[in-house]
Write a protein that binds this ligand. Sequence first.
Ligand SMILES: Cc1ncc(COP(=O)(O)O)c(C=O)c1O
Length: 384
Amino acid sequence: MKNDKPGFATRAIHVGQEPDPLTGAVSVPIYPTSTYVQEEIGKHKGYEYARVSNPTRDRLETNLAALEGGVAAKVFASGMAAINAIITMLKSGDHVVAGHNLYGGTPRLFNQVFANFGVTFSYIDTSDVANVERAIQKNTRIVFLETPTNPLMELCDVRAISDLCHRHGVEVVVDNTFMSPYFQRPIELGADMVVHSTTKFLNGHSDGLGGVVVCTKPEQAEKLAFLQKAAGAILSPFECWLILRGVKTLAVRMVQHDCNGRKVAEFLSEHKKVQKVFYPGLPDHPQHALAKRQMSGFGSMIAFETGSLENANKMLRKVRVCSLAESLGGVETLISHPATMTHAAVGEEGRRKIGITDGMVRISVGIEDVVDILNDLDQALAAI
Ligand SMILES: Cc1ncc(COP(=O)(O)O)c(C=O)c1O
């Protein structure tokens, strides 16, 4: 059978993960060095100082660029450090259009850090493309999207928004953390850059922070490499190795996350203690058709409404298989309370405007036996 381009799982395991030329080691070596010896002034093996470059980091960047279909990837110390690098590529006077429902740390960075340096931000409902067109100004440089959004699971049409933005000379950045490149590849839909918190599905084991920007143009890669060197928020070699190890199983993990996610969403949508379920895989999700078109799976991020802070707390106190914790995308099921955790920084008024209630609970369905997750949720919901 002819196969011009290796499949996703093959690329995840092999691109950038070739055996070490020196020893034949199958696992990419970790290079914990801060500096590299030089033979004479200016003569070295391509590495000078670890803030600038590191062989383990190079391998991870090659791998992630291949998975998202970009020309290059640059990794940073966390997802927020990666988003920080993207906005640092702008200058005072530039304008950014952003989705009104983003991970809470993203508007915190925009409003409390970058606004002080003269970058301005407009927040809009990006599920309607017409809103994006209305928000674009002469000085707009970037439209920053999250799809699906955290935690409301709203989608935006990346292809339509990219077409529109390119007509206006504006670049599109997509935070693809929730879907991973296994289920959604924004660059194939027209996006100019993709950002991830690799802390989540890409690493997949809740044991290391990281972030990546995947870009489509060599000049973006150059700027990002400059920012790694100039600002220094780089990812450590050990963390790079953890992610390289994590992505080897990304394909199988995502298949199981999706399978469990669908079952948990169905279970919750039929449960009498649950008032509403937010999951793009459910046929009554307002953007179910777009989800089917734009993503090749629905993933395992689900939000649901328990009715009140008291109800949410009653159930969250009772979970045993699921862990009440911040974060998502690990093999273990994590359950969280957006109003007091991920979206505390958005403030009560901000949350009310976009529809994050005190009774909302978010679940990142893991890959345990799904019957154990369902039984755990059932017994916890009985406390309401
Ligand atoms: C969608 C999304 N983007 C970015 C981030 C920030 O990533 P990190 O925690 O690795 O800085 C998060 C963190 O939860 C997230 O959920």
